[in-house]
Design a protein. Structure first.
Length: 110
């Protein structure tokens, strides 16, 4: 499988805080959502794949092998259902707000 973020997958990702990781995942989510809304399937697929790669790296991070792991795995399910599913259970704004707070927290902690 192609790595879209080789330097992050090489270890740099695991030095970031959870807020930084999920803030970056959220950025890719926003890109994927925008491309989907515009009807550009090619760019949507690429952004979606990049987002999943970052989310999977977060799930693989050993620091989150506690109560956070269940939330991260559930987040992956919700994001996939939201962007690909036919029976959408939440709104785009719910996930956008979820990721927004992580981005704000990561920026504040810099």
């Amino acid at each position: 499988m192609q790595s879209f973020h080789p330097s992050l997958a090489g270890g740099r990702w695991f030095s970031m805080s959870l807020a930084e990781q999920l803030g970056n995942v959220g950025s890719e989510y926003e890109r994927a959502l925008r491309w989907k809304q515009r009807g550009d399937d090619v760019h949507f697929e690429k952004a979606f794949d990049r987002m999943l790669e970052l989310l999977d790296l977060t799930i693989a991070d050993q620091r989150w092998r506690n109560h956070r792991l269940k939330e991260l795995v559930r987040l992956r399910e919700v994001v996939c259902e939201e962007l690909y599913g036919e029976n959408r259970k939440s709104s785009d704004a719910d996930l956008q707000n979820y990721f927004l707070y992580f981005g704000l927290l990561a920026r504040r902690d810099r």
